[in-house]
Design a protein around this ligand. Structure first.
Ligand code: NAI
Ligand code: MG
Length: 357
């Protein structure tokens, strides 16, 4: 069986890092058909749109998408609909990518990269499952109005609407329970049920879905407490599931616990396990085209692609082991370099992973 993979390198370091991930995928001996298309600013330059119809069609017809990163200051003056970031939003919407999986792993070899004490973070391996297509980011109505009554009557007022439909909560719950079942069997649902109706509803549905997963222990935590616990004792978490707004913030917080944004992959999945895989970082225009970016987040995203969209967990594990091996050899790109280790370029790092494979 041939797997079709759309490769969308995008802008900045996106080009350099997807090249390395592609080399790794190609070396596995699987029957992969990889097709590259422009996205983001690169697509705007060529086609006048960040997500041209041809790129969207390719993405839709593929089993999975390997995505680099998009964005550059030079597009800041474009109207919002033509900005590079719109490509990601467009892909999420067109493919229904509602489940965002963001692992935060601290490799033992990089324990010093974290700003937290080594004993607090050593061995950290958590997974944040963020709902990606609902919540206050997309709720209607939203906008500006003049307050008609109350203490601020007559004043201009900005407003947004938070809501979740039952089916939206159920489907993200299933993704999270299944992920937890494959890991430690612990799932923490984060909400603000003491204040928000949406959160109480979310919590009730989580409790209901839990009945289908007797082997997973479900707990609940308020988001403000979760933000504290993540820096106090992050290893007490395993899988965390939360809504779009809270997940946006907590997944970035969890990423920073590891101190190495160049190491963190992500997956965004839809109901048929089609997915978009990309590093957690952006296009890093400050270091683009210098062959110094860390390709490991993208290589690890390719591993997630194998695990979640192609159902090739052994191949995914091979890549993850190879990454561990290069870290063990002391090889480091500039972002994770420290005294006593060997500084290597983007392509050298790709070479080393291939060799370790
Ligand atoms: P960024 O993640 O691109 O960079 C932040 C800092 O981390 C920079 O100093 C950069 O050099 C460094 N960095 C990031 N990835 C690295 C890697 N693989 N290896 C070594 N160093 C790395 O975030 P920033 O600077 O806020 O945004 C730059 C552009 O990226 C903007 O246009 C932004 O909109 C876009 N962006 C795109 C995302 C995406 O495509 N999903 C996500 C985040 C930002
Ligand atoms: Mg964010």
């Amino acid at each position: 069986m041939t797997y079709n993979i759309a490769v969308l390198p995008g802008d900045g370091i996106g080009v350099e890092i997807t090249e390395q991930a592609q080399r790794v995928l190609a070396a596995l001996g699987l029957d992969l058909s990889m097709t590259t298309a422009p996205v983001g600013g690169a697509a705007y330059d060529q086609h006048g749109h960040p997500l041209p119809a041809s790129t969207l069609e390719l993405a839709k017809s593929s089993d999975a998408i390997l995505f680099g990163a998009v964005g550059d200051w030079k597009y800041d003056k474009l109207e919002r609909a033509l900005r590079p970031e719109q490509a990601i939003l467009g892909l999420r919407k067109a493919l229904g990518l509602f489940a965002n999986l963001r692992p935060a792993i601290l490799y033992p070899q990089l324990a010093n990269a974290s700003s937290l004490k080594p004993e607090v973070v050593a061995g950290l391996d958590i997974l944040i499952v963020r709902e990606l297509t609902g919540d206050i980011y997309f709720g209607q109505p939203r906008g500006l109005r003049t307050a008609e009554d109350g203490a601020f009557k007559g004043e201009r007022q900005g407003f947004d609407t938070m809501h979740y439909a039952e089916s939206e909560v159920r489907r993200i719950a299933h993704v999270a329970f299944q992920a937890a079942a494959k890991r430690s069997g612990r799932l923490c649902s984060v909400d603000k049920a003491n204040v928000l109706e949406t959160s109480q509803f979310w919590r009730d549905i989580m409790v209901d879905v839990a009945k289908e997963y007797p082997d997973v222990a479900l707990s609940h935590m308020y988001v403000d407490n979760a933000a504290m616990q993540l820096v106090r004792a992050p290893k007490e978490f395993d899988v965390v599931v939360t809504g779009n707004l809270f997940g946006d913030i907590l997944s970035d917080e969890a990423a920073m616990l590891t101190g190495s944004i160049g190491m963190l992959p992500s997956a965004s999945l839809n109901a048929s396990n089609q997915g978009l895989y990309e590093p957690s970082h952006g296009s890093a225009p400050d270091i683009a085209s210098q062959n110094i970016a860390n390709p490991l987040a993208t290589i690890l995203s390719a591993a997630m692609l194998l695990r979640y969209s192609l159902n090739e967990p052994e191949q995914a594990a091979r890549i993850e082991k190879a990454v561990q091996a290069v870290l063990e050899q002391g090889l480091r790109t500039a972002d994770i370099h420290e005294p006593g280790t060997t500084k290597v370029s983007t392509s050298d790092m790709g070479d080393a992973v291939l060799k370790a494979l």
